[in-house]
Design a protein. Sequence first.
Length: 134
Amino acid sequence: MDEPTTRAERYARGRTVLDAIDGTAGANVIEALDDISPELGHQVVAWGFGEVYSRPGLSPRDRQLVTLGMLTALGGCEPQLEVHINAALNVGLTSQEITEAFLHAAVYCGFPRALNATFTAKKVFAERGLLPVA
């Protein structure tokens, strides 16, 4: 793949990756920034997805699993966690794998953060018709 060299090319590559992983949820986040910080939206797309998410070192599935763990560890990221739980499902993680990841996170992050992540997953799973998780 040719490396994008212009700002517009980096954004275009990032948007392709964002749309493939997050679908409309990612686009909604970027659009929500239009009236407050369009540059932040641009950087999320061009750098976050165009430069980092598009790297070949990890699969999109593995990147989402890592992202879920980090957002859980940070705490207070439930809106972003909601987007990334959807993305994790989009790239092949199962609801069982996601809940297992949050259970595992309890050991390292604590029960409050694991509970918050799990309840965020419950909301996403309910919206997608994935409850109960077997």
